[in-house]
Design a binder for this molecule. Sequence first.
Ligand code: ZN
Length: 165
Amino acid sequence: MEDYKQLESTTTKTYIRDGRSPIPKRESISIVMSANKAKNSKPEIYLRKALWKENMRGYRIHPKKISGRPDIAFTSKNIALFVNGCFWHRCPHCKLELPKTNQGFWRKKFEANMARDKNKIKELKSKGWICIVIWECEIKKNVSNVVKKLKKNYANCFSNGIFHE
Ligand SMILES: [Zn+2]
């Protein structure tokens, strides 16, 4: 399979900057900020490719009718995958520092993001869904490990052929 770097260089997309965000000083931050706004982020695409390859199919992408619009939803099994960017959703593994400037803004922004994530999951769980958060860094590090873990941990949910729908 093509590796993550290669995918990054071959996937092109136009991002729209969030006008409320402070203007970033460095281009790298600007890219991360705008990437947050886009559905079908690179980690998402990369994970979907890996799922597909492992015959874990039959999922819907950002389904409108499912609350919280999970990134990947196995609707017949009520399993939702949320692919979270480490910067925006405050990954517990990466523990990224706050940007140096406009810290008040960032703190509020991140708190709002995390609250939104929590509420989405709470609502879906109350409707009987299994919710799984997958971090960008886990995908970057070893996507086949992520898929392997999913297969193993949720084997009972997937035992009757959903992978091959
Ligand atoms: Zn991370």
